[in-house]
Ligand binder design. Sequence first.
Ligand SMILES: [Zn+2]
Length: 300
Amino acid sequence: MNRHQPQTNLNREALNHPRVGPVLNVMSVDLECWEQLVYRRLTGRTIQCSENVIEATNRLLEIFEAKGIKATFFVLGNIAEAFPELVKSIHGLGHEIATHGYSHTVLDRMAPPQFREEIRKSVSLLESITREKVIGFRAPEFSLSQSMSWAIESLAAEGIRYDSSILPTGNAYPPASERTIPKLSAGKSIIEIPPSTVSFLTHRILTGGSYFRLMPYPLMRRLLRTINNKGFPFVFYCHPYEFSPSALRVPDNGGSGMKVFKTECKYNLLLRRVPRKFTALLTEFKFASFKEVLAHELSV
Ligand SMILES: [Zn+2]
C-alpha cells in the first residue's frame, strides 16, 4: 500500500472500534516565531518575525521529506504576512496549511469581534497564498475551551471544520486511548481532535512540544505505544524553534539580564537532541496530516 494513501482511522467509528494493525497518527506543527513570542512575553512589546524561523522550518521540512511524511502546519497569520514564500513552499511540498490565529493572543484576552477578525484575517492571508481552503484551527497555547461558544461560532462561520485546541486535562477528559471525538455544536458542527495526553506517574503529559524535548526518547516511545497498542491514534505537535540549527537567543533589549538568561536556559535545554529523537519517532510510528487522517470524517 502507498504510505501516503489517505486512511481514515481517526473517525468516531474507528475510535469506538480500535483499528487492528499500524495506527495512523496525526503530525502537527505550530508555525510561529520563537524570538517574537518570547520578546513579547519578556517586554510586553512586539517585534517583527525573525528570519530564523525560515531556517528552522526548512530543517524540519527536510526531516519530513526524508521520511515521506505530510503534516498539518498551523500557521500564525503574521508569519504568513512576513514570509509568504515559506508558507507557499510548505504547501507545495504537500503539507496541509491550517490557522493558528494571527497574533498569538490567547483567546480569553480577546473580545469576540477581535477573535473573529483574527480568524478572518489569518484565513484570508493563508488562502491567498495557497489558493486552497483552510479548514483547521489550533488556538495559541491551546487556549480554547468547550465553554467558549462565541469562539466556536466564529470558527464555524469562517469555514473551520476541525479544531485541535482543547486541552484534555482534568477529569472531564479521559486519556487519548479512551476518548471519543466530540463534535462541538455551533450551528455548523466542528470536529474536535484534542492534543493527546498520556499518563506518566501522577501526571498527564502532552505528546509533543517541551515534553518531547525534555523526556528521554525511549520513555516517550513507550508511552506513545500504549496508545497505538490499543488501536488508537495520537496527535503529536512540535514547533520550528525545536529544530533551530543554533542555540536560541532572546533578541537584543529583551528585558532584564536574569530573565533573558533563564529563558534561554529553559528553551535550549536538550534542544540539540530533538532532530535525532524526532527522526526516530517518524521512523517508528506512522503519521499523516489532520486532513488526510480525517478525510472520511470531513468528506473532503
Ligand atoms: Zn503557538
